[in-house]
Write a protein that binds this ligand. Structure first.
Ligand code: F6R
Length: 260
């Protein structure tokens, strides 16, 4: 894993967005995997800026979101459909038919999950997957003890996640208990992965994901098995990394590294 540490959230978001732009410039019809939550908001803001000011083009891009709450309709203000529309899609030129987000209201989850996986395969797989990380180390909604080979399915959210996400709802009882989520196995098939994390609250999970053993108790640790995964952090989120000096050394030496 490559670890890139920034002084601020804004800088972290800019560097991560630059990676997405690099992908779109080399492959205009790239397939992106998208996350929701607070963390990627800065990244999406930067992509919108690049679209408006620099002409970053999404007209041939296809996207697949990681997850959705079960029971929330597309127009529910806390649904991930709503989040994506408000924070990204309505500001860029992506065709609506190229946007895929798991359904939280299907009457056949099993069939929907199989179809979602099949659509990802049919478009050629995900080129670049964007991830956040939960304070319990989850990626998407793959809570501790999720199989590292898991595929898109329904998961029961951990208490910790419900508490963390209660900030978006009026009261904690309103946070859905179930979500439909890509599996760890689904995520690992993306050709490139970037994970973004900011704030001290994520420092433990980040350290365990990057430097701890690979374990289903921290599903983000499975990213250690991925050949092309970059972790973008702000300084507080990097605060518990043992190898921080090495990551910064690598970062500083990068401009002189042989081109691969
Ligand atoms: C959301 C998702 C989750 C979040 C994680 C962190 O689509 O997949 O794994 O990335 O819960 O959420 P924030 O960024 O709100 O701290």
């Amino acid at each position: 894993m490559e670890v890139i540490i920034s002084e601020t959230y804004e800088e972290m978001s800019r560097l991560a967005a630059r990676e997405v732009a690099r992908m779109l410039n080399s492959k205009p019809n790239a397939v992106l995997g998208l996350a929701t939550g607070s963390t990627p908001l800065g990244l999406y803001k930067e992509l919108v800026r690049m679209h408006k000011e620099e002409g970053l083009d999404f007209s041939q891009v296809t996207t697949f979101n990681l997850d959705e709450y079960v029971g929330l309709t597309k127009d529910h203000p806390q649904s991930y459909h709503y989040f994506m529309h408000e924070n990204l899609f309505k500001h860029i030129n992506i065709p609506v038919q190229n946007v895929y987000i798991p359904s939280g209201t299907t009457d056949n989850y099993r069939a929907f999950c199989a179809w979602y996986e099949q659509r990802i395969r049919e478009v050629g797989g995900i080129d670049l997957q964007i991830l956040g990380i939960g304070s319990d180390g989850h990626i998407a909604f793959n809570e501790p003890s999720s199989s590292l080979g898991s595929r898109t399915r329904i998961k029961t959210l951990a208490r910790q996640t419900i508490e963390d996400n209660a900030r978006f709802f009026e009261k904690i009882e309103d946070v859905p208990v179930f979500a439909i989520t890509m599996g760890v196995g689904t995520i690992l098939e993306a050709r490139q992965i970037i994970l973004v994390a900011n704030g001290e609250k994520k420092a433990d999970a980040v350290a365990r994901a990057v430097e701890g053993p690979v374990t289903s108790m921290i599903t983000a640790s499975a990213l250690q098995l991925h050949p092309d995964c970059t972790v973008f952090l702000d300084r507080p989120a990097a605060g518990k990394l043992q190898m921080i000096d090495y990551y910064q050394w690598v970062q500083a030496k990068q401009p002189g590294a042989p081109k691969t």
